[in-house]
Design a protein around this ligand. Structure first.
Ligand SMILES: C[S@@+](CC[C@H](N)C(=O)[O-])C[C@H]1O[C@@H](n2cnc3c(N)ncnc32)[C@H](O)[C@@H]1O
Length: 134
């Protein structure tokens, strides 16, 4: 296996710039920060009451950018998740640290997490007509 390569960039979120490290490539799909994150962040800033008192499990966190934004901006109780993959988990932890956040709780989706698998499939299909950032 070749060593993983990363790119670290500043991304503009509503009211805050975050430094996010992305995989240059990754065998799974967790390499890039997807545009849906920015649409969802904008929407949540306009509809913050939906977050009140919630404990949130984010499915398919990728780089963890949205969860980091929500934790920093709203102080929400949020857990990240993605495939059962050490590199993804470590990258999210890295992204928490560089943005001066305690590392968020994280769940690796095991093969027997059938419900999570179903939800991720719906989510991924919904995202499939969106374009990757340049
Ligand atoms: C379209 S990407 C979006 C990543 C991130 N939410 C973003 O907006 O940048 C989908 C994410 O879901 C993860 N994923 C896809 N299928 C999965 C599965 N079956 N179990 C766990 N994670 C999955 C991928 O690894 C990837 O990080």
């Amino acid at each position: 296996q070749p060593a993983l390569e990363y790119e670290e960039r500043i991304h503009k979120f509503p009211g805050v710039d975050l430094s996010i490290r992305e995989f240059s490539s990754h065998q799974l799909n967790a390499n890039l920060l997807w545009p849906g994150t920015f649409f969802f962040a904008d929407w949540l800033v306009k509809n913050p009451s939906i977050l009140d008192g919630q404990r949130i499990l984010e499915l398919g966190s990728g780089t963890g950018a949205l969860a980091i934004f929500l934790r920093k901006t709203f102080g929400v109780d949020i857990t990240t998740s993605d495939y059962d993959d050490k590199d993804i988990e470590e990258n999210i932890a890295h992204n928490c640290r560089v943005n001066k956040l305690d590392v968020l709780p994280h769940i690796r989706r095991k093969k027997n997490h059938v419900l999570i698998q179903c939800i991720v499939n719906v989510y991924t299909l919904g995202a499939s007509d969106m374009h990757h950032p340049e």
